[in-house]
Design a binder for this molecule. Structure first.
Ligand code: ZN
Ligand code: ZN
Length: 294
């Protein structure tokens, strides 16, 4: 089997059109999360499950972190699965909106990428002191030092705070800690990368940038079709390479609209389940629609 680790496999690239061509017999999942962000599984377990499911290619796309990628790569080599380095960046868009941008095929050996990534993560960690001070105003006695034991990767962030809130009985689950407490605390400007910064970071790693789940509020939900087209054209000019064309909860209408965007702007296509393990039990690995599992 042809194995490429961390880069987009050649056989998924079509040099003429720039489209990711998914061969019908290729089973893939380009959107998954591990415990390094808000999934339940370790990167090793994800790869193992991908093997069990008979997937040929898997991308790990944790929220705003690359911490799990090397572990996943190592396991993928052992189990002979193609692995693609990924990240899902929450990006500031249009001043008050967040959109999720998937970076796929990132080369972690590109120093320009690593520099940009580290600056971004350091800014985010520094912004935690604001989050902690807001919590203290609510009567929640948290200190930054208390978070250390909940650290999963190299940096502390709001997810670490969510774990602490849950463990200390301020919320009945980690997702509820977000909904009930953290979502109400405004983001500091430097806590979120802007969409241009995300494209630049992904491209610095020679990766491709895809807009994720456009039917969600953290996508382009709420805009008219014409407005979405206008916005996608602008994003393409800024550096967007593609669109998440296959996703479990897309309706037929969503899919038709996305195909229109793909043709109109010659966008690359990716697809993924947004697997979170037991934290989102209704979704299984490799599931790209509600009807069928590829
Ligand atoms: Zn997302
Ligand atoms: Zn996701």
């Amino acid at each position: 089997m042809y194995v490429v680790h961390g880069k987009l496999p050649e056989y998924l690239g079509n040099k003429k059109t720039g489209a990711i061509m998914i061969r019908t017999h290729t089973r893939y999942d380009f959107h998954t999360h591990s415990k390094y962000s808000d999934g339940s599984e370790s990167p090793q377990s994800l790869i193992w499950q991908a093997k069990q499911q008979g997937l040929d290619v898997l991308a790990l796309t944790d929220h705003d972190t690359i911490d799990g990628l090397r572990e996943a790569q190592k396991e993928a080599t052992l189990l002979n699965i193609d692995f693609i380095n990924g990240i899902e960046l929450s990006t500031r868009y249009d001043q008050h909106r967040l959109i999720h941008i998937l970076g796929l095929g990132i080369d972690l050996d590109q120093s320009d990428f690593m520099t940009k990534y580290k600056v971004f993560r350091r800014h985010r960690e520094q912004a935690l002191s604001f989050v902690v001070s807001e919590l203290q105003k609510m009567g929640i006695a948290l200190r930054i030092a208390d978070l250390e034991i909940y650290r999963t990767g190299n940096y502390l962030d709001r997810q670490t705070v969510a774990k602490w809130l849950h463990a200390n009985n301020y919320a009945s689950s980690i997702p509820r800690a977000w909904v009930q407490i953290l979502d109400g605390i405004a983001y500091m400007p430097e806590e979120i990368i802007d969409v241009q910064g995300a494209f630049d970071m992904i491209h610095a790693g020679h990766g491709k940038a895809f807009i994720a789940h456009i039917h969600k509020p953290i996508g382009l939900k709420g805009f008219s079709d014409d407005d979405k087209l206008f916005r996608l054209e602008k994003l393409k000019q800024q550096g967007l390479d593609g669109i998440e064309a296959f996703y479990p909860t897309y309706s037929d209408e969503d899919r038709r609209f996305i195909q229109r965007c793909v043709t109109t702007f010659n966008l690359m296509q990716s697809g993924g389940s947004d697997f979170h393990g037991s934290n989102r039990p209704e979704i299984s690995l490799g599931q790209l629609s509600t009807k069928t599992t590829l």
